[in-house]
Design a protein around this ligand. Structure first.
Ligand code: AMP
Ligand code: MG
Length: 267
């Protein structure tokens, strides 16, 4: 399973119909769970190296419709990391203070410093997704944002931020099942928000907005990955695999003992 299985090649036009949300890469659930365990071990080591060397930051961006598994991915994959080196930011409807600034202001503040992993549960992409579909700003305003986002991400990449963007791709039918589960299960009632049905009613508009974001903002410095997410176990494995490859490619090495520490005797 190579990284480019999920990667959106920069400059290509994404059609989500051509990506099967139920894809499992030919694996069984048992195989996938076993492999995830191994990859979580590797991710733990690689994160420690990132933390120790402080040369790069890792920014993980999770986007996808309600119930697509953004929270689940954080719980089952990112939990491999030491909490001390991780900061999670969930982007909600902007506050009045955030509204008073440019759309990237709150996002830039949340970017992880070198050594840290930052996880974005939703992100700057909401400003070309819900904002576009719900017409919260005029078209000419959101149209300019794709370019602004690309420049912003390029700046981050040049400053040592490794960006991993994941679109969690689920089918409309799978979302129906998950919403029904939320209504049925006592411990999931809190997750059900009637507003989510309004977004579901605009499924096609959202798919078109995702296709534009995926097509226009997959770049060499910050490529998108389309993750088949109907099967939670495959979603988790796929994300862990991309993260492992990204971190391993940095070829980080343990920092050496400081010169002053050589020859010291600890009594
Ligand atoms: P949740 O992730 O389920 O807690 O919901 C957060 C809500 O905030 C979602 O409906 C998002 O679409 C919405 N949201 C996030 N960012 C923005 C934004 N920039 N403008 C408008 N709504 C947003
Ligand atoms: Mg939600």
């Amino acid at each position: 399973m190579a990284e480019n299985r999920f990667r959106v090649e920069p400059g290509t036009r994404v059609s989500l119909d051509r990506h099967d949300p139920a894809d499992t890469g030919g694996l069984t659930k048992k195989q996938a769970l076993e492999e995830l365990d191994e990859r979580r071990e590797r991710l733990k080591e690689l994160q420690e190296l990132l933390y120790a060397t402080r040369r790069y930051a890792l920014l993980v961006i999770l986007q996808g419709t309600d119930t697509s598994g953004k929270d689940g991915a954080i719980k089952h994959v990112m939990s491999a990391f030491n909490p001390q080196g991780v900061q999670v930011t969930s982007f909600k409807t902007p506050t009045p203070e955030e509204q008073a600034h440019d759309f990237l202001w709150r996002v830039h503040r949340a970017v992880p410093p070198k050594g840290m992993v930052g996880i974005f549960n939703r992100s700057q992409y909401e400003d070309v997704l819900i904002v576009r579909v719900e017409e919260l700003v005029p078209r000419k305003v959101w149209e300019r944002r794709y370019e602004a986002i690309n420049h912003f991400e390029e700046l981050l990449a040049q400053s040592g931020v490794v960006i991993c963007k994941f679109f969690l791709h689920i089918s409309k039918e799978e979302q129906r099942e998950r919403l029904l589960d939320r209504l049925k299960e006592r411990d999931s009632h809190w997750k059900f928000r009637p507003e989510d049905l309004a977004a579901r009613a605009k499924w096609e508009e959202y798919q078109a907005a995702y296709e534009d974001a995926l097509s226009r903002c997959s770049t060499d410095h910050a490529p998108w990955h389309i993750i088949p997410a109907d099967k939670k176990w495959y979603r988790n494995l796929a994300i862990s695999q991309v993260l492992e490859e990204k971190l391993a490619a940095l070829n980080l090495e343990w920092p050496p003992l400081q010169p002053e520490a050589k020859g010291l005797i600890i009594t």
